[in-house]
Design a protein around this ligand. Structure first.
Ligand SMILES: NC(=O)c1ccc[n+]([C@@H]2O[C@H](COP(=O)([O-])OP(=O)(O)OC[C@H]3O[C@@H](n4cnc5c(N)ncnc54)[C@H](O)[C@@H]3O)[C@@H](O)[C@H]2O)c1
Length: 263
């Protein structure tokens, strides 16, 4: 007897579901994993082509997905994204906030503009998306919000990304506060605290392909398991937080880092 799919009948929105280059980003892996588990997935992204590519990959596997353009800097676009999910599917069970950017700079190097931009996208964007989806999750009697965080939220990192670290730390605390506030309505909110993940985005932080290959080897060497995480490691964690197997889990930081933060 085959088990029912873990997300059968559920509707998921993945914000930042595209992959900006060849390969698979964290957001795309989560969207694909949700679809493989039976969810109908709305792939939201700043880039229409990137969103559409993830939809194409899901459809090629026989899954159900659609694309919508949304910039997390725009409350109106995030509201339209939620409205689109409701018009197409009548419900929203999962909101996965994947979008996150970084800007180089320690305290003495960063600019006020880059600080504001990083917090606007990483923190305010997740707040706006959750705020737009929350009334519908409450009305439905529950839902799961997943915020994509990083171990940089908890410790110093050799990469000088002060604004990134603080935006993710605030995201962790927003996750806890939202989780406690809406627990009576059965809306759960959890964070994935990712370690070093081998994504096209990580590769793009280096000047050229040679530097990226060197950087990749260095990142692998920093990890106790001898390898970085893959986007599928993130997707497996997201799948757990999205489905009813985690029905009594809320407000946590699920660390997916292969032990890299243990020292
Ligand atoms: N790769 C790592 O090592 C690592 C480690 C820890 C945490 N993370 C987190 O993972 C998440 C990103 O992972 P990814 O691989 O999917 O990244 P990614 O850079 O590939 O981005 C995914 C998508 O987000 C979209 N996007 C960018 N800005 C947007 C905006 N303003 N509005 C809407 N969409 C926007 C891009 O178009 C892209 O398609 C981030 O939250 C990041 O902080 C990554």
């Amino acid at each position: 007897m085959s088990a029912p799919l873990r997300l059968a009948g559920k509707v998921a929105i993945v914000v930042g579901a595209g992959t900006p280059a060849d390969g698979t980003s964290n957001g795309a892996a989560c969207a694909i994993a949700f679809a493989r588990a039976g969810a109908r997935v709305l792939c939201a992204d700043l880039s229409p082509d990137a969103a559409q590519e993830t939809v194409r990959r899901i459809a090629a596997e026989g899954g159900e997905a659609g694309a919508v353009v949304a910039d997390v800097r725009s409350a109106a676009q995030l509201q339209a994204m939620v409205d689109t999910a409701l018009q197409r599917h009548g419900r929203i069970d999962i909101l996965h906030n994947n979008v996150g950017i970084e800007a180089f700079g320690d305290l003495l190097e960063l600019t006020e503009a880059s600080w504001d931009r990083v917090h606007e996208i990483n923190l305010r964007g997740a707040m706006l998306a959750a705020r737009a989806a929350m009334p519908h999750m409450i009305r439905q009697g529950g839902g799961s919000i997943i915020n994509m965080s990083s171990i940089a939220s908890r410790k110093w990192s050799p990469m000088q990304f002060l604004s990134y670290s603080t935006s993710k730390a605030a995201l962790n605390h927003m996750t806890r506060v939202v989780a406690r506030q809406y627990a009576p309505q059965q809306v759960r909110c959890n964070a994935i605290v990712a370690g070093l993940i081998d994504t096209p985005h990580a590769a793009a932080l280096y000047a050229d392909a040679e530097a990226a290959a060197r950087g990749r080897a260095q990142r692998d060497a920093r990890c106790p398991m001898g390898r970085q995480g893959s986007p599928w490691d993130i997707a497996n964690a997201a799948l757990f937080l999205a489905c009813d197997e985690s029905a009594y889990v809320t407000g946590i930081e699920l660390v997916v880092d292969g032990g890299v933060s243990l020292g």
